[in-house]
Design a protein around this ligand. Structure first.
Ligand code: FES
Length: 321
């Protein structure tokens, strides 16, 4: 079974958004309309590279364009100096005219407007936040945006910020002022405020720590795990619905490590439970969720699980693979 809807797109424009950040505009090769998306969504870019385990290299990039424009998708990509080659390929090889496969957008970071919203974007974390800000502004919600980058040369989307109410937007360049003073920013917030943030692990960890017991709510999206996920646990069986085959997942193994070599085509990317690429439908049994993609409600529903990290609570799981 295919996990995701695959689409063939062509790079129709490419522009330098900031120091080390390139913007790509992707349009469908067949000229039709692209699937709908909502602010906070990301797509999977399927790169013609092989990962260490021989699997296809898939990278997630948040959509930063206008959801009403179904003719193209816009993404912004930071060249990751310590990355595994995905962002370097995008920067060095994806020129206008190149054709590439993507998976249709998915949204694990939806924007649900509340009385007040504080958006905090760190670096390239602005990409999922920007469409949320545009939606909040267009719908007349009460919002503020803090954009934190190393310095102004790293600030992407300046033209987009110029179109927003300047009284609601604050830029923080930590090469000039040091790290953002989160205690000063968060201290005055009350129960009416929801903080949406995306950015480096240090920023998101600091926000998560301060949100515990705080009156305000926090919604974040991570690009990297804050610490390795513990995937250990007792063994269990996985029943693959497409064939009826029963496979044993041993103590030191993940479901992904068992089903893929058995011939089931499962896409994956982070293998840390943060990107959602390996999301798989649960048909029977109770997962032991260990990812940081699903919300508490989604976990409780037990409809889907991330098979790169999550396990079974009981002795078996039947999965839609
Ligand atoms: S591969 Fe990223 S969540 Fe499983």
């Amino acid at each position: 079974m295919e996990q995701h809807q695959e689409i063939l797109v062509r790079v129709c424009a490419r522009d330098a958004l900031a120091d080390g950040i390139v913007g790509l505009t992707l349009a469908p090769v067949d000229g039709g309309q692209l699937p709908e998306w909502t602010p906070g969504a990301h797509l999977d870019l399927k790169l013609p590279l092989k990962a260490d385990d021989g699997a296809e290299v898939i990278r997630q990039y948040s959509l930063c364009g206008d959801p009403r424009d179904r003719s193209c998708y816009r993404i912004g990509v930071l060249r990751e100096a310590a990355g595994r080659g995905g962002s370097a390929y995008v920067h060095d090889r994806l020129a206008p005219g190149e054709v590439i496969r993507i998976n249709a957008p998915r949204n694990h970071f939806p924007f649900e407007p509340t009385a007040r919203t504080l958006f905090i974007a760190g670096g390239i974390g602005i990409t999922p936040i920007l469409p949320m800000v545009r939606q909040a502004a267009a719908e007349g919600h009460d919002w503020q945006l803090i954009v934190a980058t190393r310095d102004r040369s790293r600030l992407a989307f300046e033209a987009d910020f110029a179109a927003l109410d300047p009284a609601r937007v604050t830029f923080h360049f930590h090469a000039e002022k040091g790290l953002l003073d989160l205690d000063a920013v968060l201290g005055p917030l009350g129960a009416e405020t929801t903080v949406y943030s995306c950015g480096p692990t240090g920023l998101l960890d600091a926000l998560t720590q301060r949100s515990e017991g705080a009156p305000w709510q926090l919604r974040i999206e991570r690009f990297a795990a804050s610490e390795p996920v513990d995937t250990a646990g007792k063994g269990f069986d996985v029943i693959c619905a497409s064939s009826g085959e029963r496979l044993r997942v041993g103590e030191g193994q993940t479901i992904l490590e068992v089903v893929r070599p058995a011939g089931y085509k499962i896409e994956s990317s982070c293998k840390d439970g943060i990107c959602g690429t390996c999301e798989t439908r649960v048909l029977r049994g109770m997962p032991d969720h260990r990812d940081s993609v699903l919300t508490a409600e989604e976990r409780a529903a037990n409809d889907y699980m991330m098979i790169c990290v999550s396990r079974a609570q009981g002795s078996e799981l039947e999965l839609d693979i």
